[in-house]
Design a protein around this ligand. Sequence first.
Ligand code: SR1
Ligand code: MG
Length: 392
Amino acid sequence: MAITQLKHYHSLTIESAISLAKDLSLFDPSENLTCEEIGDGNLNYVFRIASSESGKSIIIKQALPYAKVVGESWPLTLDRARIEARALTLQRSLAERLVPEVYHSDEQLAITIMEDLSHLEIARKGLNKGEIYPSLSKDIGEFLGATLFFTSDYALHPFKKKGYVKEFSNPELCKITEDLVFTDPFFNSETNEFEQALEEEVRNLWDDLPLKLEVAKLKRSFLTEGEALLHGDLHTGSIFAGKEETKVIDPEFAFYGPIGFDLGQFLANLIFQAVVREEKPKKEEILRHIETTWDVFESTFSQFWDQSEDAYTKIDGYLEYVLEKSFADTIGFLGCELIRRTIGLAHVEDLDSVQDEEKRVLYKKTCLALGRECILERHRIRSIQDLLDKLI
Ligand code: SR1
Ligand code: MG
């Protein structure tokens, strides 16, 4: 009887990552390979393997059975590697220029092997250093317009769409967002983390019942509205950027949710930059990115709308309704993201790296106040200009 060698999950090391790349014939057997672990995210290992002879390089991303940011006490499904590989492949089929190529994936090992993007920089890191990324917001607007439209009921046959909803069911990672974005920051929860100097503002948030009611409504949308395949964690740490190139990575939180969620997360992470930049032209740069993201999303999504086969998309006012609803949701979700990254688990370097304590606390207070206002006023903030007016 033939013995089948079963592949079991084991976490890769520098040596085993190199062997795997060779076994998969991703390099010539004679090539001299180097490997380093370069992951600086909250959840996974990332190995970069390069050949000194050919200059070719690849990335092997491996999910750990727990959240790296907390440790082994926080177990986390390896299925997120399957979701990530599938989402990358699907999103690349819809926005090829803006998503890295997947060369190989393996559900047992929870790995995705993909294009190395080391010639680019993580957008958050670059923005923190003052790098200018002229095409960042146009590219993200296009990415969102294409991936959100073409995975929605506006574009897909209902059987196809429901197949995707099933395939991208991602309960454990959604639960992280449900807790860390929508619940914990608004209650006295153990996961929260904030400076003593923010205590009064934070306690005020916890006591703010009208605010909590609005957050409950936003959380309800996140829980119940399976409108389109979301990236699910579209902050500036999930984007590689360069002067002329943008790539969206890390869709392990992908699932079917409301269109405004990805937009809100991305815009909130731009707002952190707008808040910490005091010089007018530098702040302006970010304000233009905020405006462009929405404008390009709206025009891309609207252009595709005409291709829809759903009879209702021909009814005057329906597209406008979808866009208006998505805009109000975007403003509400961005408010939640501003608050969670300021006082919850998984902060952002944009705020935390500010060395001057007085300024840091002031910026954080600004983010909390703005977050609150966006959540409460989301139906009265009617245009992207209304939002920008609050950031000047
Ligand atoms: C335990 S994971 C914490 C955060 O990291 C990810 O990037 C998501 O933003 C998540 O909320
Ligand atoms: Mg991530």
